[in-house]
Write a protein that binds this ligand. Structure first.
Ligand code: SD4
Length: 328
């Protein structure tokens, strides 16, 4: 069955060919063009980085009720933003090296619209501010003071996000002030989530407090569309976690989606994106993980180091997968 875009493209091409006298012969050759991975069958799905059952279940409930994927991913990641025990996202997040919790988040919908905030302080739900940026401004990214000003104008309230636990750990860190992310253990808990709703529409969200003890002002991959998250409603979506600098240098989530567009499975696409990072000699000390889902609901995940996991909902239960990795 022709989708609307192909149909328009084909009709325009037919008229053009008719006008120059080539008619249906050349049109037949147009038929042979291999379609991109567009598919008419889709499967409601929620996939997210790491073991985040509660977040997935919250998103899944929205999908189950016939809700929009965009609402599902926002509701899902908000669970972690509010969870003080999660020390990599929102409230309770580990601070930067000046003791400030600074947040990065982005959201993207099925129309390709997106919004993002980075280096935002004092707001518990940066993902909702990112959504407001998408829906209420002509921009895609707001940063720092401007993002905060916008959030306040939208009715968000400033809160102290540094919990006693994260503050104590920070004070202990100050003794040696060594910036050395520990693979899988310290500061790798960003949530990136992609959902497909019952209408087959895809949206994604990504939110984090970034790398613990980063330089003040540092922005990671998570709020950068194409790096920490990317969605294309015709193809699928992908999300990243880990050392953001490596993801930014390879524009990883965009790469995963483009590879799926070219026909790779989500698993193959994640592997290829990790391979790009592994071409860099510094990969041995860092972790990066990708998870992805295509329009048909096939999913996959892969990471540089062992230890990365992702959760998937396609039915009532939430399934946890240990991703395979480049380094065994
Ligand atoms: C960042 N990618 O700021 C984030 C960190 C992360 O789990 O994934 N933490 O670089």
């Amino acid at each position: 069955m022709l989708n609307r875009r192909k149909f328009i493209h084909r009709s325009a091409l037919s008229s053009l060919l008719a006008a120059i006298g080539l008619g249906s012969t050349a049109c037949a050759s147009e038929e042979k063009v291999t379609p991109i991975t567009t598919t008419t069958t889709t499967k409601p799905t929620v996939i997210a980085t790491w073991e985040r059952r509660a977040a997935n279940q919250t998103a899944w409930q929205v999908i189950q009720k016939g809700g929009r994927a965009l609402d599902a991913v926002e509701a899902g990641v908000k669970v972690l933003e509010a969870d003080e025990n999660d020390q990599s996202v929102g409230y309770g997040g580990r601070p930067d090296r000046e003791g400030k919790v600074t947040l990065d988040a982005c959201i993207m919908d099925e129309k390709g619209d997106c919004g993002s905030v980075c280096f935002l302080q004092g707001i518990k739900h940066p993902i909702s501010v990112a959504r407001k940026v998408m829906e209420e401004t002509p921009h895609v990214i707001l940063a720092g003071e401007g993002a905060l000003k916008f959030a306040l104008a939208q009715g968000f309230k400033v809160e102290n996000l540094l919990t006693e636990k994260s503050k104590k750990e920070y004070e202990a860190w100050l003794v040696n002030t060594e910036y050395k992310p520990v693979i899988n253990i310290e500061n790798h808990d960003t949530i990136g989530m992609v959902a497909i709703d019952q209408a087959g529409n895809i949206s994604g969200a990504c939110t984090t407090s970034g790398m613990a003890y980063k330089m003040h002002g540092r922005v990671g991959d998570s709020p950068i569309i194409g790096a920490g998250l990317f969605v294309d409603n015709e193809v699928g979506g992908a999300a990243a976690t880990g050392v953001g600098e490596a993801v930014l240098k390879t524009l990883g989530s965009f790469l995963v989606v483009e590879l799926m567009r070219q026909g790779k499975t989500p698993q193959e696409a994640c592997e290829e994106a990790v391979n790009r990072i592994a071409k860099n000699q510094h990969y041995k000390d860092i972790q990066v993980g990708y998870c992805a889902v295509n329009k048909a609901g096939q999913y996959g995940g892969y990471s540089v180091q062992p230890g990365f996991s992702y959760v998937v909902n396609q039915k009532e239960e939430t399934e946890l997968f240990q991703a395979t990795s480049f380094i065994q």
